[in-house]
Design a protein around this ligand. Structure first.
Ligand SMILES: Nc1ncnc2c1ncn2[C@@H]1O[C@H](COP(=O)(O)OP(=O)(O)O)[C@@H](O)[C@H]1O
Ligand SMILES: [Mg+2]
Length: 230
């Protein structure tokens, strides 16, 4: 399968640079064409690529690295390469206040748009947030599902109470996961912004999904914090 994909990519003008580490569900190839880098995600089993299902619906969403090219027969999705993930930034403690707030705001904008299409992102965690020039992009789009449905895949460490109890996710499940991400980000912040992020996180991680603020409300709070810093 991989060989077939590589031949296809090469015949389409891409240069395959190397295989990059993924989490196991897919093989990930770093490729280049016309001076731009991309990541090709190849499903190990033919036909095991589900992300095309909702890609059209979210194609206009900001801060989502929607695949620029998809081929169902080859089970391949090609999207832009993002030099770092939020996990990389957290592991190296390289996060200042404004950068952290801009990343949080980018995530809110992506979620706001995904939710407006009546979809749930489902697998928000630092590993799935790509960073480029201080902006965040959601990279892993194949857990996207409809509200009140059982997701195809979720990371248990970030799964909300409604998933543990009922096996389903709702739009507010993404906000619970955002709360967990903000807690991790706040550990790298020493200023007063830390307590602001923690207070947002405590609202976002409420047990009852419908007690959590929406992505729009969180975005407005973060915009005010950014204004305060500038
Ligand atoms: N477009 C990309 N640019 C840079 N790194 C990426 C990209 N896509 C994936 N990765 C890296 O590969 C990892 C796994 O990719 P992901 O698409 O999230 O697949 P999985 O479904 O296996 O989690 C990510 O956490 C990230 O480190
Ligand atoms: Mg992932």
């Amino acid at each position: 399968m991989l060989q077939k994909v590589i031949s296809y990519l090469e015949s389409s003008g891409y240069r395959v640079l190397k295989e990059i580490a993924g989490s196991g569900k897919y093989r990930l190839l770093l490729i280049e064409r016309a001076g731009r880098k991309y990541v090709a995600r190849v499903a190990s089993e033919a036909g095991d690529l589900f992300e095309m299902q909702y890609c059209k619906e979210i194609s206009s969403c900001p801060n989502v690295a929607v695949p620029e090219f998809l081929d169902e027969n080859l089970s391949i999705a090609v999207r832009k390469y993002l030099p770092k993930t939020l996990r990389d930034l957290l592991d190296t403690s390289g996060l200042d206040d404004v950068e952290a707030l801009n990343i949080a705001l980018s995530i809110c904008r992506a979620l706001e748009c995904i939710h407006s299409k009546d979809l749930v992102y489902t697998d928000l965690k630092p590993e799935n947030v790509g960073i480029e020039n201080g902006q965040a992009f959601l990279i892993d789009t194949d857990s996207i599902t409809r509200p009140f449905s059982r997701p195809r895949f979720i990371t248990l460490d970030y799964a909300p109470p409604e998933y543990h109890e009922w096996g389903i996710v709702v739009k507010e499940s993404d906000l619970y996961q955002l709360g967990l991400v903000l807690i991790e980000m706040s550990r790298h912040i020493t200023s007063c912004i830390r307590s602001e992020l923690q207070s947002l996180a405590s609202m976002l991680t409420k047990r009852n999904p419908f007690d959590r603020p929406s992505a729009r409300v969180v975005a407005s709070r973060i915009e005010l914090l950014i204004e305060r810093l500038s």
